[in-house]
Design a protein around this ligand. Structure first.
Ligand SMILES: Nc1ncnc2c1ncn2[C@@H]1O[C@H](COP(=O)(O)OP(=O)(O)OP(=O)(O)O)[C@@H](O)[C@H]1O
Ligand SMILES: [Mg+2]
Length: 309
């Protein structure tokens, strides 16, 4: 069994030479919220459509629940809930009536399924309001209720907060979190808003121009991008090992960066304690400074542009 709920290898969908998705290897762990972050046109929807079997990859492999797709649709897809395009709800029916139609189509046996799904997204079960009278936020919540009504283990939600006001966004965020923490669901969401992903996701994949540039836990990304000491030093690997030994730095607290860079994330350590260790061991240090990057600075750096949010 794979340790991932979703795993892709070199997943590619070409819409011509320049657009689509190129060589994306994603790793989505069970019981976590994975945020796929990228600007408009980065390839988020294309990835999600391939994961749901809605469009065929040009090349590459997909495994969901450890099973290859295509090939296991009937074993995989009944356990996946999704919100990709807005579902075709009937405007002249209520939310509950709409869900009843979908429940029948999907042969959902649990008589409480509709009530439970509506409760989770804070929509009333007994309500005379027609879908055509729903606000945008209510429509979006009904679409999410539809995605979770069959109690799937894995949810794939494409920009679930699009078009919502701040209160609506906070509500959707709350119940996505609840689905993950209280019900153990694995959730993949996409967004072009960095601050939203940073508030919600446990793990983040950054996609730009169809390429997955980074995949990391939020915790690690934040650690990488808070305050750190930057050293420009000959032999940064050796420098890191020396500091680990002499100053009892755990391995997670330092990282070589490029040919001469060394980052030290542990701010208990002082620059004046570091320099003698390096110099006494014959290393030359040309720069030592304290840096402070925000997550946003980091995204700008990896996407090589003006940032995402
Ligand atoms: N059916 C298609 N035919 C041709 N090109 C397509 C098709 N679908 C997507 N593309 C192109 O592939 C690229 C990725 O599109 P995609 O919709 O996956 O991006 P996205 O990250 O979801 O963007 P958005 O934030 O705007 O929803 C874009 O350049 C888009 O124009
Ligand atoms: Mg999209």
């Amino acid at each position: 069994m794979s340790q991932y709920m979703i795993e892709t290898n070199d997943l590619t969908k070409k819409y011509g030479e320049q657009s689509g998705v190129f060589g994306a290897s994603l790793h989505i762990k069970p019981g976590r919220i994975y945020g796929l972050l990228g600007r408009n046109g980065a390839g988020k929807t294309t990835i999600m459509r391939m994961l749901l079997g809605l469009t065929a990859p040009t090349s590459g492999q997909i495994r969901i629940f450890g099973k290859p797709l295509p090939g296991n649709e009937t074993r995989i897809l009944p356990h996946v809930g999704s919100l990709i395009e807005s579902p075709g709800f009937y405007p002249n029916l209520t939310g509950t009536e709409n869900l009843r139609i979908f429940a029948r189509l999907r042969r959902i046996k649990n008589p409480e399924a509709i009530r439970e799904a509506l409760a989770l997204v804070n929509l009333p079960y007994k309500d005379k309001k027609l879908f055509s009278q729903y606000s945008l936020g209510m429509k979006q919540r009904l679409a999410i209720a539809l995605a979770i009504m069959h109690d799937p283990d894995l949810l794939i939600l494409d920009e679930p907060i699009n078009g919502l006001d701040p209160i609506g966004i906070a509500e959707v965020r709350d119940f996505i979190r609840k689905l993950c923490r209280e019900r153990g669901k694995t959730i993949m969401i996409s967004s072009h808003i960095l601050s939203e992903i940073a508030l919600l996701a446990d793990d983040i994949g950054i996609i730009d121009h169809g390429r997955l540039l980074e995949e990391e836990s939020l915790e690690k990304l934040e650690r990488k991008n808070s305050r750190y000491i930057y050293l420009e030093v000959s032999e940064p690997e050796r420098a890191g090992n020396l500091l680990a030994e002499r100053l009892a730095l755990p391995a997670a607290d330092y990282e070589a960066d490029g040919e001469n860079g060394l980052h030290i994330y542990n701010m208990q350590v002082q620059i004046q304690d570091i320099l003698p260790v390096l110099v006494q061991n014959g290393l030359s240090v040309s720069c030592a400074k304290i840096c402070e990057d925000t997550l946003e600075d980091y995204f700008k750096k990896v996407t090589g542009g003006e940032g995402i949010a």
